[in-house]
Design a protein around this ligand. Structure first.
Ligand code: AKB
Length: 336
């Protein structure tokens, strides 16, 4: 049987690197990767890498003329803090790049008579709660609630979910010929934490930044208040969610977009967890009003019951396991 061909865009980002490691370990797929940057040396033998920009038609042509993709993990995006500094660029990359790729993947699905699976990481940034009392009242948010993002990043994620749904359900709806449409599947992720990479450009970054600073014996000034609460997940669970959703039989999926989460922590609880692991670390709170406002608009936790019901989603790590079994051993090793 021919191996499946998989594309990972934005592979040099945090999720991309972890996903590539995991897919390469399985060894069952032909993996093509795309990023503006070269692959990090430790990953360079694991895929055929293309350097390119999805907003550039030449890159899209190169991909679609040379490959037929069975599965696409489209991870390339600008995150929430960067997106507020560069809203036009964020729109161009997050919407323009996604639209170009989805459009070409939809055409390929139609031409081959086989649906390409298009996996899209969305985010808690797709939500926007108006104030803290509403955030407290609506603690576990469902997919259809409070879809009123306050960042360009959140707006682009929400819009691309809709575009993905359009291409998977309504593309070529007035054509008389039979249509094979794209198989679009999105996950709304919480803040993600990796032991191996440090995020940049996001607003949930205070969590991972705190633990990576502590592991290096450095003080950390947290840019949100200690009472701020959002959901988090460690990277192995994020990769697990992507792979589980990609493998789920389509008949069992009754929506295009699923919340997934593991645990929620306030920034103060995050500090306690980090200081327990690295006693003596100096962690202070110096809230940046503007970034704080963004995190205040994100839900305290997500309701991921649809993912649990439809494709048996369940994280492997709660907060305690995440810290003891994944973060601490790997972060200690990383910083020696
Ligand atoms: C960000 O902070 O922008 C991201 C996210 C929550 O999607 N980590």
């Amino acid at each position: 049987m021919q191996k499946e061909t998989v594309l990972i865009t934005g592979v040099c980002g945090e999720i991309g690197q972890a996903l590539l490691e995991s897919l390469a370990k399985q060894g069952k797929k032909t993996i093509i990767t795309l990023d503006l940057k070269p692959l990090p040396p430790k990953l360079s033998r694991k895929a055929t890498h293309i350097r390119g920009d999805l907003t550039d038609p030449a890159t899209i042509n190169q991909l679609s003329q040379n490959y037929e993709f069975d599965v696409i993990f489209h991870l390339a995006a600008l995150l929430s803090t960067t997106g507020e500094y560069k809203p036009f660029l964020a729109h161009e990359v997050n919407v323009g790049g996604t639209f170009n790729l989805i459009n070409r993947a939809a055409e390929q699905s139609q031409q081959r008579g086989k649906a390409t699976k298009f996996l899209f990481p969305s985010s808690i940034a797709a939500y926007g709660l108006p104030d803290l009392s509403t955030k407290k009242e609506y603690f576990h948010i469902k997919e259809r609630e409070w879809n009123e993002p306050i960042t360009m990043y959140g707006c682009t994620k929400l819009y691309c979910e809709k575009i993905g749904r359009y291409f998977s359900k309504h593309y070529l709806q007035l054509d008389t010929a039979e249509t094979v449409r794209l198989d679009f599947r999105a996950l709304r992720f919480p803040g993600l934490i990796s032991a191996f990479t440090v995020p940049s450009g996001g607003t949930s970054d205070y969590g991972p930044e705190m633990i990576h600073a502590a592991a290096q014996g450095e003080p950390y000034a947290c840019f949100v208040r200690p009472d701020v609460r959002i959901p988090f997940m460690v990277m192995p669970d994020a990769v697990k969610a992507l792979l589980m959703l990609a493998a789920a039989p389509q008949e069992g999926l009754h929506r295009n977009v699923y919340n997934v989460t593991s645990f929620n922590l306030s920034a103060g609880e995050f500090k306690d967890m980090v200081q327990n692991a690295f006693p003596g670390t100096e962690i202070t709170f110096e809230p940046d009003e503007k970034r704080q406002r963004i995190v205040d608009s994100w839900p305290a936790d997500l309701d991921d019951s649809a993912a649990r019901l439809e494709w048996d989603w369940k994280p492997d790590y709660d907060a305690n396991q995440a810290c003891k079994e994944y973060l601490l051993p790997n972060i200690r090793k990383r910083y020696n």
